[in-house]
Design a protein around this ligand. Sequence first.
Ligand code: SF4
Length: 377
Amino acid sequence: MSGIYIHIPFCSSKCAYCGFYSVPTLKRKAAFLESLKQEIVSRKDYLHGEKVETIYFGGGTPSLLKGEELHAILKVLYDTFEIDPQAEITLEANPDTLSLDDLVAIRALGVNRLSIGIQSFFDNDLQYLGRRHNSQHARQCLAWAKEAGFENITIDLIYGLPTSDAEQWSRNLECFFELELPHLSAYALTLEPNAILTKQIEMGKVQPVHEDDAVRDYGILCQKMAQQGFLHYEISNFCKPERHSRHNTSYWFGTPYVGFGPSAHSYDGLSRQWNVSSLEQYVGNGKRSTENGKLFESERLTLEQRYDEYVMLRLRTMWGIDLQYLKREMGERFSSYCEQKAQPLIAHGRLSQNREILYLTDEQMLFADGIAEALFW
Ligand code: SF4
């Protein structure tokens, strides 16, 4: 079992809060698509023949690609890897980039899951975030997605915005419930070092972000999602039963995956690899080469690094850290160490334990990074 991630590095413009690698122009699209195909074929052995169960088009804005361009990428993937006929195929989309015809064409290609960057159903939030769409586009896009035959739809919302109070955030969630979608990803607004918003705040041009707002909104989020029968399966992710993102969940379970495109990461179970975060270098002169001749960097993980990674990823999920797994896969040295480090955290109510599983409750999850650090090797 394995997965494929494809990074489409194009956006119509840069959103104010964005920390992802993307360029606000389609100028190098043809060259990118050519390099992408070359990369896919050149790394056909990375997954050692494992069946691919998930494909994820992320970005950037993958919905900026035309149907025939997506078709061409999928064709190379199907020609190169063994893809499960029941594979989950997700495409990230922005509401301003899609018409009903586009959505029908994408569905016909076999894309069976849509992840739409709604972020908010309120225009004042969307303006603050520097999004290109407004709340009307958001609703229209969701209606079209359903009309095109998509059932497995998730949206992103952002909370902790200075333009929104508790009531507006609650109404945002009500809008989500009215749509009867099976999945939500909700993220606290974070200030990325190079994001436009960070500079705007530093210059006093827009309202600053307060951490207290995010804590307040997170409480509302957890409460309302539970009331509506959603499973809180990862810090930022909620789903109806059986409707979790199979692709993202496989990351948290350490499943091997290969990532194509600039800034994409790959993991084969023992080592990690990451591509250059530069479209220029990625496409090169048609040769897909960087100055030093390498498109990617890689690192073989030590057992200690694999332990840290397991702790960090699993603590963010409802499945938690399985001490039996640690013992079985990494040895008693690691399970005992983890158990011993966990005791003071449990005693102080920062971590919970149920038999062999260490996990975080909703309230504890907000501090997951700090708690994971306390358990690191
Ligand atoms: S659409 Fe997504 S990737 Fe593109 S600029 Fe906005 S946040 Fe960044």
